[in-house]
Design a protein around this ligand. Structure first.
Ligand code: HAM
Length: 421
């Protein structure tokens, strides 16, 4: 029986990895400008970490976690997201009192047992950022601006930033009660999922994607009309800061995140070009999570973006990105070329060039065909005559031009012709 990869899980093949590396390099370039440093976190954690932070009544905790007992009988969960792990690490290592805020980003796989479809996987990758230690609206605006700059650097157009305020513990319980009463007037029209969950999590009815619930949601009371005064002020400051940075956004009063730890600002970035799973990024403020996980009061703001969805949107320009094609392909003709080619390849690699060769040493035609397929910039033709005379033939694969090149000048010639070496 041929063993295949698990449903909803994807290989990232060598021919496409450069796209991922390119996106990651832009993150490594832009995020540190705003003070973010990378953190690498474990892929599995104590199950309680996620149930306590993401929320017992969320879809993730109720039905999407990969949870198992390890051989010691402990309940382990493959991380469905990164925020909980960042907070756990923050508290565990007492990373309190940095000079300014503590700002971290992470890149890696997350696991959710969702129904796989285009843009929705069971193992997917996120880039996430978490800024810890300030309740200032400047943080919200700065992090969202950084995100939009990141998308701009990747050449993304046609994306939409939507924001909302989810208020605080002061106003949300009252609003939930009001919302429940209103929803009950329309109970028979709700989708079966919302009928089941509105008691436990009425806010999710607001952003249910079914048409029938969408219509009802339009008429339901909005949380931004019931904010406590300080949440309302916070939201208005975030908006004016975004305005001053000329970041375009819209307020979506029905935006509700699928994780319970948020308060005040919540946001999503969507693209029309993604189909049904149109969210590239989601995030917001979570001011009480650190305390809930037994740390000191530490207001935080963060986001995570889905890398698979992002890779499908970026208009990659191969010439400018990190596609690592060989600088040179060595065509070896005859026994002597086998060893000379081996030596030349070794020396060139020591000098930092990417070198490929034909190991089977077929005909000139078949070796040239292979060279072409690797999309190398140059081909070195190494036959008995060339080795004897010390004049090697160098072919520029873009122009087709062939030049003679003394062996000792090879490195200089390649450096001249390779754009990025
Ligand atoms: P999230 O909205 O659950 O937020 O996920 C963020 C992004 O991950 C989504 O917008 C989407 O692009 C991608 N994503 C989620 N599920 C899948 C899936 N099954 N397949 C492919 N891509 C997916 C969080 O995870 C929060 N931790 C964000 C955050 C950080 N909030 C504060 N800090």
């Amino acid at each position: 029986m041929k063993i295949q990869s698990i449903r909803g899980v994807k290989d990232i093949l060598p021919d496409e990895i450069w796209k991922w590396q390119y996106i990651e390099s832009i993150a490594h370039n832009i995020f540190p400008r705003y003070g973010f440093k990378e953190i690498r976190l474990p892929i599995f954690e104590d199950t309680r970490l996620f149930s306590r932070s993401i929320g017992e009544t969320t879809d993730i905790v109720e039905k999407e976690m990969y949870t198992f007992q390890d051989r010691g009988g402990d309940s382990i969960t493959l991380r469905p997201e990164g925020t909980a792990s960042v907070v756990r690490a923050y508290v565990e290592h007492k990373m309190y009192n940095p000079p300014s805020m503590l700002k971290m980003f992470y890149i890696g796989p997350m696991f959710r047992y969702e129904r796989p479809q285009a843009g929705r996987l069971r193992q997917f990758n996120q880039i996430g950022v978490e800024a810890m230690g300030s309740a200032s609206p400047v943080v919200d605006a700065e992090v969202m601006t950084m995100l939009m700059e990141f998308f701009k650097a990747l050449g993304l157009t046609d994306i939409k930033l939507e924001i909302n305020s989810l208020g605080s513990q002061e106003c949300r319980p009252k609003y939930r009660k009001l919302l429940k009463t209103e929803i009950e007037q329309h109970l028979d029209q709700l989708c079966s999922n919302c009928k089941n969950r509105y008691q436990r999590n009425p806010l999710r009815v607001l952003d249910c994607k079914t048409e029938q619930c969408g219509k009802i949601a339009e008429g339901l009371p909005k949380l931004i009309d019931h904010l406590d005064p300080s949440s309302a002020e916070h939201f208005s400051e975030v908006r004016s800061l975004l305005d001053s940075a000329e970041s375009s956004y819209s307020v979506n009063p029905n935006l509700v995140r699928g994780l319970d730890y948020y308060n005040r600002t919540a946001f999503e970035v969507t693209s029309q070009n993604l189909g049904a799973q149109n969210a590239i990024c989601g995030g917001g403020r979570y001011d009480t999570l650190v305390e809930e996980l037994d740390g000191p009061s530490t207001p935080c703001f963060g986001f995570a973006l889905g890398l698979e969805r992002l890779v499908s949107l970026v208009p990659f320009d191969e010439a400018k990105t990190l596609k690592k094609n060989p600088d040179i392909f060595i065509v070896c003709l005859g026994e002597e070329a086998k060893t000379t080619g081996f030596k030349i390849a070794h020396e060139l690699r020591l000098k930092g060039f990417r070198v490929e060769r034909d190991y089977e040493m077929g005909s000139m035609k078949s070796q040239m065909r292979k060279a072409n397929k690797t999309q190398c910039r140059l081909t070195l033709i190494l036959g008995e005559n060339e080795i004897r005379s010390g004049k090697l033939i160098l072919k520029n694969m873009e122009t087709g031009e062939q030049t003679e090149c003394p062996a000792e000048e090879l490195a200089t010639e390649i450096a001249k012709l390779s754009v990025d070496s």
